[in-house]
Write a protein that binds this ligand. Structure first.
Ligand SMILES: NC(=O)C1=CN([C@@H]2O[C@H](COP(=O)(O)OP(=O)(O)OC[C@H]3O[C@@H](n4cnc5c(N)ncnc54)[C@H](OP(=O)(O)O)[C@@H]3O)[C@@H](O)[C@H]2O)C=CC1
Ligand SMILES: O=C(O)[C@H](O)CS(=O)(=O)O
Length: 485
């Protein structure tokens, strides 16, 4: 069982209109620890009726929250940030228990998410408008920015805290109210955030968390209820497309943070040791279950042997285990389905001629564990060239020229994160400009932070989270034309 300093953080009900509630029909769902299979909590499993109540509560709370001064909203966000930081150990323990990632990674995620609250507490004060030179002497033109309104959000299990924080922070900073549906695999982190939101003074109805295994039912209510004016989603491209289509009926503003297929390119002028280090963290963070993980590692022929030997040795040295065990670097995958999906991708590649430089696969550590794997002799006929692996498998592709590397990297419908290691300044500019992605890591494998615009192009989605751009998704631009001056 979880041994928390503040047991009050572990909640088993949804948080709607400032109240902790059971499901109307009494339904429940189990939250299990993927490392051990043990049930860590049995919690209320809500559906459409509770979601509708949360939306109505958020709509009722919106005028008063919108009319708070930006400094009042900023102070509450800052207080929320401070409470999360003060409770980082408990929040990380809850996160590791329900998601599996190593405790050190969980703590990093909690702080990373909290940083968005800190950042947008300040950005709230910078939602500037404009005064425009008038077309005639009798007019004055002004632009003001106002909050979009009730915002609904659906987020994935791989970052059960930070993905919510990355959305609720700009939303509340802008003056919107918010309903969160976390993944049913990992709801406890979201509920713990609600405990601290309440303590920080977030008024009832401003932040709601609806948990339920009937995600389709909840999502349909969120995407079709006319009171919801903004819908923000982080998850797979397939589900994102479906939800975006559902929003069309009421023309909601949407932002989509979807799937990825990141190339990680190592050129022959790279610092190979730095590239190996960057590739390891980029590929195996969260057991490879992030949308920005290196999905295809492309290595120039002249350095392929050196890179593949050093990279494979580093992979073999990775410590796989329970996220609570000291020194664990790779935890379990989220569930057995995820293990089966990754296993199928490896089998497809091996069946088409791939060679294992480090033969991983299902592990006797537990049914959700998959030992890190490195494949060579891979090609673009294999599923793992086109599909998001979302697991601890690294395929090493060989290329000859810079042009070939850019063509291979761009040969995908995704466009989220990309990475390359090189030192020639001309090459750095040519490749950075040639990659069709929303984000490019240059001699760096970890690029996400609250100050940078996170997001993708093509079928990786639309909108940006974080940075000075992130609040725009939650603001409407209003043009005032004053005549008769
Ligand atoms: N661009 C980004 O920032 C990120 C993208 N992702 C992407 O997400 C995927 C992995 O996460 P995963 O959780 O499996 O993704 P899913 O798209 O399966 O699920 C994401 C969320 O959507 C919910 N959901 C699933 N189906 C529906 C539906 N029909 N209607 C309403 N809600 C639904 C899920 O709820 P439930 O699980 O309870 O069914 C979950 O809360 C990968 O493709 C990854 O690339 C992940 C993180 C970040
Ligand atoms: O869910 C994800 O994959 C995150 O967006 C990755 S990151 O923001 O932590 O890099």
């Amino acid at each position: 069982m979880l041994n928390l300093n503040s047991p009050d953080l572990l909640r088993k009900q949804s948080y709607i209109d400032g109240e902790w509630v059971d499901a109307d029909n009494g339904n429940t769902l189990d939250v299990t620890n993927p490392a051990t299979g043990e049930v860590i909590a049995t919690i209320a499993s809500c559906g459409a009726t509770e979601t509708r109540r949360a939306i109505e509560s958020a709509d009722k709370a919106w005028p008063a929250w919108r009319d708070r001064t930006v400094k009042e909203r900023a102070k509450i966000l800052r207080d929320w940030y401070n409470l999360i930081i003060d409770n980082v150990d408990d929040l990380a323990a809850i996160l590791t228990a329900e998601q599996g990632k190593p405790l050190s990674e969980a703590k990093t995620e909690i702080v990373y998410g909290a940083n968005y609250l800190e950042w947008f507490a300040e950005e709230a004060k910078r939602a500037y408008g404009d005064v425009i030179a008038p077309p005639s002497k009798d007019k004055r033109l002004v632009v003001i920015k106002q909050p979009v309104g009730v915002t609904a959000s659906i987020t994935p299990w791989n970052f059960p805290s930070a993905m919510i924080a990355r959305k609720v922070a700009p939303a509340l900073a802008a003056g919107c109210t918010f309903i969160s549906k976390p993944a049913s695999e990992t709801p406890l982190s979201a509920l713990a955030m609600a405990v601290l939101a309440e303590k920080a003074g977030v008024p009832k109805g401003v932040f709601n968390v609806v948990v339920g295994k009937s995600s389709r039912e909840i999502g349909t209510e969120m995407t079709t209820n006319p009171l919801v004016r903004k819908f923000t989603f982080t998850g797979s491209t397939a589900v994102g497309k479906q939800l975006q289509a559902q929003c069309a009926g009421t023309v909601k503003k949407t932002s989509m943070e979807l799937g990825g297929n990141a190339p990680f390119i190592v050129f022959d002028d790279a610092d190979i040791d730095a590239a190996v280090k960057g590739a390891i963290i980029c590929k195996y963070r969260n057991a490879g279950q992030t949308c920005v993980c290196a999905n295809r590692i492309l290595v120039q022929a002249g350095v392929f042997e050196e890179f593949s030997q050093k990279f494979t040795a580093a992979v073999k040295a990775l410590k796989v285990g329970n996220g609570f065990d000291a020194g664990t670097e790779v935890g379990p995958m989220i569930n057995t389905g995820a293990v089966a999906d990754v296993k199928a991708l490896v089998e497809d590649a091996m069946g088409k001629g791939a060679k294992a430089l480090s033969e991983g696969g299902p592990s006797d550590l537990g049914e959700c564990f998959f030992t890190p794997t490195v494949l060579a002799d891979v090609n673009d006929t294999m599923r793992l060239f086109k599909e998001e692996i979302f697991g601890p498998v690294a395929p090493l592709f060989k290329f000859d020229t810079e042009e070939e590397a850019i063509r291979m990297a761009n040969d995908t419908e995704f466009g989220l994160a990309s990475y390359f290691y090189a030192r020639d300044i001309g090459r750095i500019w040519r490749v950075a400009e040639g990659l069709e992605y929303g984000m490019v890591g240059i001699n760096e494998g970890i690029i996400s932070n609250e100050m940078a615009p996170f997001g993708g192009i093509k079928e990786s989605g639309s909108g940006r989270e974080g940075s000075k751009y992130g609040i725009d998704d939650y603001l409407e631009i209003k043009y005032l034309c004053m005549g008769g001056i």
